[in-house]
Design a protein around this ligand. Structure first.
Ligand code: 5AD
Ligand code: SF4
Length: 460
């Protein structure tokens, strides 16, 4: 009998990708995805630990699920409840203690062991806790992507983990050390996606431009070389990658931005702060001027490049002057969009124990608002600058209004247009005539006119 599986995904795109792979690995056990936790036979929370709020949400969700789990038991059924992802990795034993109704807690490197864990949990001899970093790679052991349709724009995980140890970040602890998939495996997965109708692939990794996967020639390939090989796949029209570290932007990757037409002119390149003192305390190992020079080199190769970044306000020891340096860097670079966060002390990270230097919450708040105001103004200006231009839009979602489709511009903006529904999954030229804070609107150009159907033709 088919069993219902509900996965709730928090956090980054890597988790979205991982959740899809969990669906693949559980399919042979009879689990089919469903879009509500109510009545499900298994519920997995795929969690994020990057900031405090992200993990608090998990505990409140577990409380709500407990009620549903009891309802199911009252009907004679069983809801297996699992916590996966980075909170599971970081706080596994604590979750088992605080929420004893949870059946399985397992970390990101163990998903290929899911069938075995499910068997143990269903047998019911206590909870299953698995936060190992197995020696084998889950990518070698997870089933090949099924025939599942990935949609026109899909994600492909090529790298995982991080060895950078920025002093604020939990990733090196929860995802483990850096690992790159072999090139042949990545190319095969990309080909399968394209055969299934995908036209845009975003390569994923916590530190994706540190990619150094083994190539067919036995040598380590960098990300630029991988992108060039992907660009040869017929039908793959757009390539992106995220998230990058400034220190890993090598010459070949920079060059790819100017020489590979499929590589979209948009780059998320987090800098975190504009102050050299804070960058050093964060262990970023580059200065703000190194970053400015890097942006200049990228723009020299691809003048249309739109940039995005992450910023942290109120890192321990951040002074008004440090913060002013961050605002200055933002003004110098000019971003198309960016994310900003208040510093959140994560247990076990070096910055969390820079005790006396923690910045007051109200100061973090003020600075966050100032950063966001500047970034929003830049985003609006960037969006407005596209009015009157014609850009390619890949339609991949249905819009809110009748007849409207939503898609993505080369620069990652959402674009809506009223267009025939058969354009879903296609890249269409759109003349932009409206710019809003978070999206653009426009009219498709160069489409054949839609001829009215006469009653006689309709009958024929
Ligand atoms: N506090 C605030 N922001 C953080 N990030 C990572 N760790 C923390 C933290 N402890 C942000 C960084 C990173 C993004 C994914 O999340 O800006 O680039
Ligand atoms: Fe975290 Fe990114 Fe720094 Fe790695 S490079 S430690 S993932 S912020």
């Amino acid at each position: 009998m088919k069993k219902k599986l509900f996965i709730k995904t928090y956090g980054c795109q890597m988790n979205v990708y991982d959740s899809d792979r969990m669906v693949d690995v559980l399919a042979p056990l009879g689990y089919e995805p469903t879009n509500t936790p109510e009545g499900a036979d298994m519920v997995i929370l795929n969690t994020c630990h990057i900031r405090e709020k992200a993990s608090e949400k998990v505990y409140s969700e577990l409380g709500r699920l407990r009620v549903m789990q009891n309802d199911k038991a009252a009907e004679g059924g069983r809801m297996v409840l699992a916590v996966a992802g980075c909170v599971a990795q970081a706080e596994g034993a604590e979750i088992m203690m605080r929420a004893p109704h949870v059946d399985m807690v397992f970390g990101p490197q163990t998903y290929h062991q899911l069938p075995e864990m499910v068997t143990r949990a269903v047998r019911g001899a206590g909870g299953v806790l698995n936060t190992d970093f197995p020696t084998e790679s889950k990518f070698d052991l997870l089933p090949e992507e099924g025939t599942r349709h990935h949609g026109p724009a899909a994600f492909l995980s090529v790298q995982e983990g991080c060895d950078k140890f920025c002093t604020f970040c939990v990733v090196p602890y929860t995802r483990g050390s850096e690992y790159s998939r072999p090139v042949a495996q990545v190319l095969a997965e990309a080909r399968r996606m394209v055969a299934g109708g995908t036209v845009e692939i975003t390569l994923l990794g916590q530190n994706v431009n540190a990619f150094h996967g083994e190539g067919p020639d036995g040598k380590a390939w960098g990300l630029g070389r991988l992108i060039r090989a992907l660009a040869e796949i017929d039908g793959l029209q757009r390539i992106r990658y995220t998230t990058s570290h400034p220190r890993d932007m090598d010459d070949d990757l920079i060059d790819a931005h100017g020489s590979v037409p499929q590589l979209m002119p948009f780059l998320h390149l987090p800098v975190q702060s504009g102050s050299d003192r804070i960058l050093a305390a964060m262990n970023r190992k580059h200065t703000s001027d190194d970053y400015r020079r890097l942006i200049d080199r990228l723009r020299a190769r691809q003048p249309d490049l739109a940039l995005s970044s992450d910023f942290i306000t109120g890192f321990p020891g951040e002074t008004d002057q440090d913060f002013a340096d961050t605002l200055r860097l933002i003004s110098d670079v000019g971003y198309a969009q960016a994310y900003s966060f208040k510093y959140s002390a994560r247990p076990g990270t070096p910055a969390a124990s820079m005790g006396d230097r923690q910045v007051e919450e109200s100061v973090k708040d003020e600075r966050l608002q100032a950063v966001q105001q500047l970034l929003n103004a830049q985003q609006v200006a960037f969006n407005q600058g596209l009015i009157g231009h014609t850009i390619g839009v890949l339609f991949d979602r249905v819009g809110k209004l009748e007849g409207q489709l939503l898609g993505r511009s080369p620069f990652m903006q959402s674009v809506h247009a009223v267009v025939p529904s058969h354009l879903m999954g296609r890249i269409v030229d759109v003349h932009i005539n409206g710019a809003h804070a978070n999206s653009l609107s426009g009219d498709a150009v160069g489409l054949p006119p839609v001829l009215p159907v006469t009653p006689a033709e309709a009958v024929a």
